[in-house]
Design a protein around this ligand. Structure first.
Ligand SMILES: NC(=O)c1ccc[n+]([C@@H]2O[C@H](COP(=O)([O-])OP(=O)(O)OC[C@H]3O[C@@H](n4cnc5c(N)ncnc54)[C@H](O)[C@@H]3O)[C@@H](O)[C@H]2O)c1
Length: 257
């Protein structure tokens, strides 16, 4: 039966200690997957505790996604368990809010190390452990679909789209799908640090008129990992309440009411 169930599948989620990553780990485990949840902390992060009621469904491993030796260590450990990898969610990401004339090359490199190189390293380390039917989801942003003002973050998420499309093309012949999701304003610790004017201006651009939840992103990730999406690869799915779809026309529409 074709369904959203992931029974018998092993999925790696990066940046799973809080926010969207923790919600993705929990929802994927609830769908039956064995989830290898990874993050920077040595010990299981508090945000991951209790995300799934299924005992043993979520296994925590420390991983800095920008560290290639960390990725090869994770791949070796997975192999030593006798598991293959059926899914990878490149969720870990950092923001950096410098504007065009203030951003330094160091800022750009720091963001690229995590948001772009981290995803590349993950694909390089784990795709050899994947077989036909595996699925990779890269977590981009509406910033990667628009001219969002924090330049280093925006450039990194546009770069991630390029990486995603090359990976979809290169891994397609092996039956491995690669897609990206592009969240709008989602309530997480990352957005909790944004100013009220950012929240208000984003809501004005969002046709659904509200912010999103981590579960609303996790649901799309689950779909992309599931047998319901087996002919979907190279897709870029906004999960943004319509923020990116109107291409700037919402303020015109609002002004004409
Ligand atoms: N929250 C939003 O509104 C929003 C919008 C668009 C895109 N996103 C993207 O969604 C993803 C998750 O965002 P979030 O809001 O849950 O963020 P968050 O800051 O709440 O959580 C990110 C997690 O990634 C981890 N992390 C950071 N650097 C890491 C590294 N080098 N190696 C491993 N883990 C690392 C952090 O420890 C943290 O647990 C990110 O890629 C982010 O860019 C978020």
């Amino acid at each position: 039966m074709v369904s959203l169930q992931l029974d018998g599948r092993t999925v790696v989620v990066t940046g799973a200690g809080q926010g969207q990553g923790a919600a993705e780990a929990g929802m994927l485990a609830d769908a039956g997957a064995r989830v290898i949840a990874t993050d920077l902390a040595a010990d299981v992060p508090a945000g991951l505790a209790g995300v799934s009621p299924r005992a043993g469904a979520v296994v925590y491993r420390q991983l800095d996604v920008s560290d290639s030796s960390g990725w090869s260590g994770l791949a070796s450990w997975i192999e030593s368990q006798g598991w293959r990898v059926d899914g990878l969610v490149n969720n870990a990401g950092i923001t950096q809010r410098s504007r065009l004339l203030d951003a330094s090359v160091a800022d750009l490199r720091r963001v690229y190390d995590v948001n772009v190189a981290g995803s590349l390293l993950g694909i390089q380390a784990l795709s050899p452990l994947m077989g036909s039917g595996a699925s990779i989801v890269n977590v981009g942003s509406v910033a990667g679909l628009t001219a969002h003002y924090p330049v280093a973050y925006t450039a990194s998420k546009w770069a991630l789209r390029g990486l995603t499309q090359v990976a979809a093309m290169e891994l397609g012949p092996r039956g491995i799908r690669v897609n990206s999701v592009h969240p709008g304003f989602i309530e997480t610790p990352m957005t909790a640090s944004a100013g009220p004017e950012f929240r208000q201006a984003t809501l004005a651009e969002t046709p659904l008129g509200r912010t999103g939840t981590v579960e609303e992103v996790a649901g799309v990730v689950l779909f992309l990992l599931s047998p319901l999406s087996t002919f979907v690869t190279g897709a870029e799915i906004p999960v943004d309440g319509g923020q990116s779809g109107h291409g700037g026309a919402k303020s015109v529409s609002d002004a004409m009411r």
